[in-house]
Design a protein around this ligand. Structure first.
Ligand SMILES: [Zn+2]
Length: 424
């Protein structure tokens, strides 16, 4: 029977799957700045070309961060089936976040031990990329005739908004019908869960303005940091309690993310210390606060922005000298695929076969590239499903469990056949 032989073939590729993950981790695609993107894209492109895929490279020229030193190189691999039919697409982001401190292993050595691969990007999401590539390759090796097409894309900049990656390709029509019908993004949401979408995000900078003066005579100036602290106080008293009361019907995990959230990402104020920490004796004329607001499908972006603006306008009316400006940095709407969409059903069924369990259908607290596929590509049959453990993403000593990679690869292969309409 096709199904058993396919599952066995993937099980037999345990080592190959581990090796591919290690190869990818050893290409340090750290973003920012967007290092080694071309090397990583070409590594996958070369491999898939040898297996019969048609490969194209797409540099997102002019996108944020794109330079000749750091080109935003994306790769698409496509293989046509024997007859017309739907296209199943796997999309993985090649970039990883900075390693940061606290590692006990070299983050780019890809150390394999105790059934895990350790390294930056193992979980988020090179393990998922390797699992999907092995799934597609195994389908081909089985020699099962299929209609339609299968695609894989390795894209960049997901960690910084995806403008030079999926957003760019979506604008070029690569994530729309009739080219593509179903998309699976192997982000680390755990091997036995299906992620239907994500909350929205609004990043903004608020700046309070003051007047510079000598630090010994602050009464001659106007302190922008004191103005900012008045705003921070209002956030504490009014906005945080209000956000705490907003609860979504979306099945967001973890539990805390079912509420609306606000992170004060940074505060910058006053003159920078010029040398050895000696401060400049000045009244600060500027203070900036960077907000990271995550919102729910029940909220609109307009009301999210208005909540903050109302507090600032209140201070303009009530606090002498209060002046501010506000600037959007980034905004993404929440997105959610229907729980009974074809790709959801196909993956759910495959999880039942491989893991013998009914998957939880969740929503991610943070955004990922699905937003661009939904809003630019207008394609709504899209989910995230992959082997990594969500909590390990972006952490020191990040790892992926090899057994999870094998299982998720089997799920992806079975789901692909199902979506292409091949009987197993
Ligand atoms: Zn990711």
């Amino acid at each position: 029977m096709t199904k058993d032989s396919l599952l066995q073939r993937i099980e037999g590729k345990r080592e190959e799957l581990t090796d591919l993950t290690c190869e990818l981790v050893r290409i340090p695609t750290v973003n920012p700045p967007g290092d080694a993107y071309t090397d990583c894209a070409r590594h996958l492109g070369k491999r898939l070309k040898e297996r019969g895929f048609e490969i194209s490279y797409h540099r997102a020229e002019g996108s944020p961060g794109d330079t000749d030193r750091y080109p935003r190189t994306n790769m698409i691999a496509r293989l046509e089936g024997q007859s017309p039919g739907p296209c199943v697409h796997f999309n993985g982001h090649l970039d990883v976040v900075v390693a940061g401190k606290g590692w006990t292993e070299d983050p780019f050595a890809a150390v394999v031990k105790e059934g895990r691969v350790y390294g930056r990007g193992t979980c988020d999401m090179k393990g998922g990329i390797a699992a999907s590539v092995i799934a597609l390759e195994s389908l081909l090796e089985e020699g099962i005739p299929f209609p339609g097409a299968i695609e894989f894309s390795g894209t960049v900049d997901e960690e910084t908004g995806g403008y030079g990656g999926v957003a760019y390709l979506a604008k070029e029509g690569y994530f729309s019908k009739p080219r593509v019908d179903h998309v699976i993004i192997p982000e680390p949401l755990n091997v036995d869960r299906i992620c239907l979408g994500h909350r929205g995000a609004w990043w903004a900078q608020v700046e309070t303005h003051g007047r510079i003066a000598h630090g010994s005579m602050p009464f001659l100036g106007d302190c922008a940091i004191r103005h900012m602290s008045a705003f921070a106080e209002l956030l504490e008293q009014r906005l945080y309690p209000a956000l705490d009361k907003k609860q979504t019907k979306m099945t967001v995990v973890p539990e805390g993310a079912k509420k609306s959230t606000l992170n004060i990402q940074a505060i910058h104020g006053g003159e920078p210390e010029s040398f050895e920490g000696m401060p400049s004796p000045c009244v600060p004329d500027s203070c900036r606060m960077v907000l990271d607001r995550r919102f729910l499908i029940e909220e609109s972006l307009e009301e999210v922005k208005a909540e903050v603006r109302e507090l600032l306008d209140e201070l303009v009316r009530t606090r002498p000298g209060f002046r501010y400006s506000m600037q959007d940095i980034m905004e993404f709407h929440p997105t959610m695929t229907e729980g009974d969409a074809p790709v959801v059903k196909a993956v759910e069924e495959a999880i039942g076969v491989v893991l013998n369990t009914i998957p939880e259908k969740i929503i991610s607290p943070g955004t990922y590239d699905q937003k661009h596929i939904a809003r630019i590509g207008h394609l709504h049959d899209c989910i995230a499903y992959g082997p990594g453990i969500l909590d390990l993403a972006h952490q020191p000593d990040e790892y992926v469990v090899i057994d999870d990679m094998v299982k998720s690869s089997q799920v992806m292969a079975l789901a692909t056949l199902n979506l292409l309409g091949v009987e197993t």
